[in-house]
Design a protein around this ligand. Sequence first.
Ligand SMILES: [Zn+2]
Length: 410
Amino acid sequence: MKINRGRIEKDFKKITSISSTKLGCTRLSYSKEDKEVRKYLKEQLLEIGADYREDSVGNIRAKYNPKGLTTKSLLIGSHIDTVPNGGKFDGLTGVVCSLEVLRTIKENDIELGNPIELIIFAEEEGSNFGVTMIGSKYITNKIGIEDLKNLYTDSGETAYDYIHAQGFNIDPEKDFPIQKGKELGMIELHVEQGGVLDKENISVGIVEAIAGMNSVKVSLKGRANHAGTTPMNMRNDALLAASEMIYKMSEIALNYETAVITVGKIHAKPNASNVIAGEVDFYIDIRDVVQENIDVITKNVEQLCYSIAKKDKVEIEIETIGSSKVVKMDRELVDILEDEAKEKKLSYKRMNSGAVHDNAMLNDIIPTAMIFVPSIEGISHSPYEDTNMEDILVGTELLLNACLKVVNNR
Ligand SMILES: [Zn+2]
């Protein structure tokens, strides 16, 4: 059974041509480009006889079930939206490869013991309303229609009104939530968005866990003063204190094998080159695949900040503004993926994901697993995002073989 490279390339070409901009791809959910891509994908689905449905927020489910079985489905797929000026591969790869899996099954007339459903999530990137994974949160009942009335576009329109105005019919009657015990599971193929596979020259990653995260805001208050007239020993410099905190917390992360700490956002006041900063706010992003570590690291980072604030005589306030738990992939599905990779002698490794995916939203409801394909130089959310077609083919082959194992053995 051979994956058809030409068909995959044609899908990529067609879809990216619809949504290409001068710099990369822009395909925001509910946009003109998004609707055109949906139309193309629906045509492809009809061609293989996969009936599709679309829910209130634009998630699509298409069941390939030629024998009309009433047994549980295995879900495969990903998202089709991009960030503004994003790449060609984030999200779309999982959708195109899953579609190709269904085409290959049909072409070879393979009997299925359970149906396979292609699932296409809407609004994963959070480009419209500032909240990520709206589609997968909606389909798993983590948010509902009422919540859509409290999410806003930059111009102040609610998500509910905006989605409706773009021609999507919001009607709970036609929704199809994912429910406990009703599906076999979900396997999502996605680009790694990091540089591990590319650096190690490995074709596919089998994800074991998605990192959990704590988001912490630190607010410092010193005293703004003249940069020329205030001797070094008479300052309460909030920015200097922040610098020491940020530098030293990176050393804490180094004590843990898989932990990462990032400060990517900082505001200094008054933010003038000749004034000692009187106030500084910065945001810490702490991630690991070991839940216990996240909690211990957060505590250690907080203690570090308190002690530097005390030494530098600045006031400090620390607030946890967000957190998500570590998500472990389903052991059985991970083992199936690994067995298939071994059997077919594919170049693979077990690994973790630092980024959150739609799949994580389903994980508390049904068994989930993920396949990663390499991102060249680890670049993603960028027009320069790239993945070798050879690796995409290996990933698709693994997805196909794992799907057949799952649907024919359960
Ligand atoms: Zn993605």
